[in-house]
Design a protein around this ligand. Structure first.
Ligand SMILES: Cc1cc2nc3c(=O)[nH]c(=O)nc-3n(C[C@H](O)[C@H](O)[C@H](O)COP(=O)(O)OP(=O)(O)OC[C@H]3O[C@@H](n4cnc5c(N)ncnc54)[C@H](O)[C@@H]3O)c2cc1C
Length: 737
């Protein structure tokens, strides 16, 4: 790790450019991804921005202008980003980071455009993750954009899980969509009857195929599955009416009804026949889990893009606020600085900016992790298959030993010779990456979109009345509303919190979390200005709280940390997500500090950029620490009843008559005593005698330490605000309002 100590007087002169972002988000050596970013940006700030400016969001219908956007995706390489080179794509290998970068660029201008591009990939994802080779080849080739000279319109897809109430929402296990055997002749492939109604299905106005989740109501088909429906199949492919959305209007959404007959070969992942029963190789839950695990990450990054995209328009608005007024002559502070003369305006923008940085760092870390995990996961499956282990409980059992080895690795000192052996073990690598991915994917979706939507409101408010008009540069009000959809679709916040409740308590994850806490202290030693020490103290407090809650009960003896007790588990999941976002933000600044000097473009003004981004880390670490501290304190103390003015609880109080006596041997005690009972039984006007901290004094010690760790954070915020007031921005936004 670099140990550069930054001179405090360096100031960032321009907004962080592509070279800086490529280093932070680790694609400086990926020319293919840089090209994709450039192409997606061209479509976003060109075609998409013009559609928004022309009012295309004002209709629920799928219009020719919106359809042109899809063609622009095809021409620019955005569509092909999902495909392998042999399927018509240009990026080989895992594509989580690629799709995330593309979604980020599109959402920088409009979330609906990003969704329209991602929805086709979402439809293909069940096939990509779990499909048979035949299915993968057919649908990905059909969905690939035409090659030059090829006269073909690519197929678009839709993914249909959600059903009309009261069925699938959070509880994806409860399906009303049905599959039965339509026809099954001896020795021939069976035909299936599909009856599925969808609700809020994206891309439905033009989809050529749909991947739909259905459950069997026929004893000749086992369980559930995902099936592929094509618009030309026998039966009715009714696209339904468009949803009257308030958000993401550049994408198409509707409630389709499918009654169709398809061959059993359309079951995603294939099937076997056992005792005259069709047994799908994957049930719908297994397919969906593999899909959402990855596709939720770009959604989180869409909200991150919105937050960061707000910075430039807000700065421009603030600076120009008073220009043209009689009293604001060029050269005057009022003319030059506008609202940026006022500290609060700057501080609030710093908060928005810091949140955007943290959200982007968390999301891109998750995307990269899935890219790294994909080949290791395949290796794991092959290694276990060699040992005769295939999925399910048998796999969990087989990986137990690797989990212990992973924990051992995390606890070994840096120079221990055993490290090399453990690090080279692909199963150890797999369990480590898997445990991290299981936490940071839902954390990205939960924190980026949920907290991000709240923070977008702040961004809108900084533009005053302009912020809530269609004319607002950067379309900020649209982005605020759109962020709420990102928090909802692909599983609303409860789904992410529920997943975190389970994954954040895995032994391997907690061992990593302890190692990360020490890592933050080490970073703090070389880079004290990042807030890494504050974050480490907050991480320690969170871990203490989790341990405490896992062992504690409420006054009725019921366990506090329990799956059904969402008041405890969900709150801790929220606190963890804040801490994780801050951690990845700090790591990205460390990367920039280490690698920036070697990049000729990033190196220019690097010290100032690193200083500013470090200050944002510090601000964010303090916000995360405050949030975690508040949540943890409420959980640790909140489940003990407050003492009341009852005889039983009086025992810890002083009697007025006793105090006079004590005063003789302990002068001043009267001034310290707060819970004094008078002779007539009266007491101070408050809820009861103050609560003690039996068993929790360690919490108070850690919380106290955390509070003092906040030293310097407001200095960092002042410094960041000063930069926000001075940083140069382009004359005009590079996309229309
Ligand atoms: C524009 C748009 C596009 C969409 N695109 C698609 C698509 O392409 N394909 C598709 O299949 N679906 C799609 N959806 C559906 C979307 O995924 C669902 O709306 C979403 O998963 C939430 O489900 P729900 O609407 O039934 O909400 P509900 O499940 O009713 O949730 C309502 C509230 O209750 C909370 N809640 C629910 N259950 C629990 C629980 N067990 N514990 C605690 N809290 C709980 C939720 O967090 C939420 O706050 C889309 C939706 C929209 C609006």
């Amino acid at each position: 790790m670099a140990t550069l100590t930054l001179p405090e007087n360096k100031t960032m002169l321009t907004l962080p450019g592509d070279a800086v972002r490529q280093i932070q988000w680790r694609f400086a050596d990926r020319f293919d991804l840089q090209m994709l970013v450039a192409s997606a940006r061209g479509v976003a700030r060109g075609t998409v921005a013009r559609l928004v400016a022309a009012g295309e969001r004002n209709t629920h219908e799928w219009t020719p202008a919106k359809a042109e956007m899809l063609e622009a995706f095809d021409r620019s390489g955005v569509t092909a980003a999902f495909m392998e080179p042999e399927e018509g794509g240009f990026i080989a290998g895992p594509k989580n980071l690629a799709l995330s970068l593309s979604a980020f660029e599109l959402a920088w201008v409009d979330g609906g455009a990003a969704t329209a591009s991602l929805a086709s990939f979402l439809a293909l994802s069940p096939i990509h993750e779990r499909g048979t080779q035949q299915q993968v080849t057919r649908y990905k080739t059909l969905a690939a954009p035409p090659q030059p000279g090829e006269d073909r319109v690519p197929w678009r897809g839709a993914f249909a899980l959600t059903e009309p109430i009261p069925y699938v929402g959070v509880d994806t296990g409860m399906l009303s969509g049905k599959v039965t055997v339509a026809e099954w002749k001896d020795g021939e492939e069976p035909w299936l009857q599909i009856d599925k109604r969808g609700r809020f299905i994206t891309n439905i106005a033009f989809a050529n195929f749909v991947t739909a989740a259905v459950g069997s109501v026929d004893p000749r088909i086992k369980g559930s599955c995902v099936v592929i429906l094509e618009e030309g199949d026998e039966g009715s492919f009714d696209r339904g009416t468009p949803t009257k959305k308030l958000v993401h209007q550049l994408s198409s959404t509707g409630d389709p009804i499918f009654n169709m007959k398809v061959p059993a070969s359309r079951i995603v992942g294939g099937y076997t026949i056992k005792d005259s029963v069709i047994v799908p190789n994957f049930n719908h839950g297994e397919v969906i889990e593999a899909v959402f695990r990855r596709t939720r990450v770009p959604v989180g990054l869409m909200t991150a893009a919105k937050l960061l995209s707000a910075v430039e328009p807000v700065i421009r608005y603030q600076r120009q606020r008073f220009r043209g007024a009689e009293g604001a002559k060029p050269g005057s502070v009022r003319y030059e600085q506008g609202i940026q003369q006022r500290q609060d305006a700057l501080h609030r923008l710093v908060d928005v900016w810091a949140t955007g940085e943290a959200a982007a760092s968390l999301g891109f870390a998750a995307a990269r992790l899935f890219d790294a995990l994909d080949p290791v996961e395949k290796q794991k499956t092959a290694l276990l298959a060699e040992r005769g282990v295939q999925g399910g409980r048998a796999e969990m059992k087989a990986l137990k030993e690797s989990e212990q080895r992973a924990i051992e690795l995390l606890e070994l000192p840096e120079n221990d010779p055993r490290r090399a052996e453990l690090e080279a073990d692909p199963l150890v690598q797999y369990v480590l990456m898997d445990a991290e991915a299981n936490v940071i994917c839902p954390a990205t979706k939960l924190w980026n979109t949920g907290h991000g939507a709240n923070t977008m409101r702040e961004a809108v408010s900084l533009m005053g009345g302009y912020g809530i008009t269609e004319d607002c540069p950067g379309f900020l009000a649209n982005k605020w509303m759109d962020a709420q959809l990102e928090a909802t679709y692909e599983g609303p916040e409860a789904v992410q919190r529920r997943q975190l409740t389970v994954t954040m308590t895995s032994e391997v994850f907690l061992a990593q979390f302890r190692a990360w806490t020490s890592q933050m202290r080490r970073i703090a030693a070389s880079h004290p200005g990042t807030g890494a020490c504050t974050l480490a103290s907050a991480m320690k407090l969170w871990l203490w709280t989790l341990n405490y809650l896992q062992k504690s009960t409420d006054p009725d003896g019921a366990k506090l940390y329990h799956g059904q007790r969402q008041g405890v588990t969900f709150a801790l999941a929220d606190a963890l997500s804040w801490l994780l976002a801050s951690r990845y933000q700090i790591l990205d600044v460390m990367e920039l500090d280490a690698k920036g000097p070697a990049d000729p473009v990033a190196a220019e003004g690097l010290a100032g950029t690193v200083q500013f981004l470090s200050d944002l880390c510090h601000v964010q670490a303090a916000a995360a620490a405050g949030e975690a501290s508040r949540i943890c304190a409420e959980l640790v103390f909140g489940y003990s009843p407050h003492p009341a003015w009852t005889d039983e609880n009086h025992q810890g109080c002083f009697l007025a008559s006793e105090l006079a006596e004590y005063e003789e041997t302990m002068p001043g005690i009267t001034a310290m005593a707060v819970d004094v009972l008078q002779i007539d039984g009266s007491h101070p006007q408050k809820a009861g005698p103050c609560a003690g901290c039996q068993g929790n004094s360690e919490f108070l010690r850690l919380q106290n330490k955390l509070t003092t760790c906040l030293s310097g954070v407001r200095l960092a915020k002042d410094r960041a605000a000063d930069t926000v007031a001075k940083v140069q921005i382009p004359e005009a936004l590079d996309y229309p309002a």
